[in-house]
Design a protein around this ligand. Sequence first.
Ligand code: BGP
Length: 469
Amino acid sequence: MSMEFPDGFLWGGAVAANQYEGAYDVDGKGLSIQDVLPKGGIGAPPTDQPTPDNLKLGGIDFYHRYAEDIALFAEMGFKIFRFSIAWSRIFPNGDEAEPNEAGLAFYDRVLDECEKHGIEPMITISHYETPLHLSKAYDGWVNRKLIGFYERYARTLFERYGSRVKYWLTFNEINSVLHAPLLSGGIWTPKDQLSEADLYQAIHHELVASASATRIAHEINPDLKVGCMIIAIPVYPLTPDPNDVLKVMQTDHSNLAFGDVHVRGRYPGFFLRTLREKGIELDITDADREMLTNTVDFVSFSYYMSICESASGGERGRGNIMGGVINPTLPASEWGWQIDPVGLRIVLNQFWDRWGKPLFIVENGLGARDELVEVDGVPTVVDDYRIAYLRDHLIQVREAIADGVELWGYTWWGPIDLVSASTAQMSKRYGFIYVDRNDDGTGTLARFRKKSFGYYQQLIASNGACLDS
Ligand code: BGP
């Protein structure tokens, strides 16, 4: 059965400032937490200063090559381009009263290029790049003051770009703070020393800030569409044992709580139970409660994999931020992320059934090693594996649309190769565009179209119809 993607479906790609802009200290930019991660990966403790082995400092130099790169996105036919703003370009320390004009001007130039090519922008306000000063001096989102700094930053962006940018995301993968407190919550206290009370307080502050940004956006321009952004990860029981199913429900709850608050404007009962059982009394003011009622216009999410859960343990996967028990029925990428196209249809239905809000897939993709070869004298990558991944997932997306899910668009993660968030490698590539940069930092930064470039171009041009050919 073939079912169409809706007219106006927003096809495109997604990136994050800290993984591709480079120019980490240019035009008044302050340091972000990303700049001091050793080698740029997550897991190891941060260092005092940026070190040259951190590939994120140079990224793929989008800061200077944005016009060329956006032209390549336009050649693929992008309708939308999701990018994040580096908070520390706008407020270098995060707690200044006035923004850095040179930083704001850079994103004006990016938006000019998008407009030139008729590409709709989507901005992530905070994507794993808390200004370092906010992290070190305030312990990031543990501190209530972060709400005010974030509000000032968000207001600055809405006022400056609100007439040109309709789609906004408040925090990238907000539920990841449970697993990666520094990356996601800018929390400087090492994870093993962080109390659960402080972690949950930080979560509360982020949720209030997210709702506040939604309120400010709508006040400045009621047509703006503000969404939350969560990691979508279907959880399957390892066996039909009801205890495994219960474990699935509990894991689901800890992920879905974030969407629940954004959509319903209050904490779900199961979340309050968790706090009670942990003996945590959150500092929630009446004004906070009121603020949370500013709910989102849509729900966006990243989707890379599913996991299993079991009440009696089981072998846990490696490489993904959420952990989870390995599913014996699924293949995995070289980095251990289990590939599950049907899972995408399942979460689309789950979210639509649960929240009844329009959905947006803002990340999906395959990290793989690529080999640059010459075909007819032109350097390229024959990435049939990436094409298969894309096609298999979009077939399931189309099924979900046929199931009745309202879906606004799909942005592939990393349409141009960039530095991996979790491992800081260049060699974990997602792009339709190859970038000549290696894990040791060498390379010319030249861009080459991969085979998947042409495939995505056809997909967009046919509004998904070429999935059948
Ligand atoms: C998501 C992040 C992205 C991104 C992607 C792929 O969790 O929002 O920033 O990088 O995962 O992950 P990685 O780069 O680690 O392969």
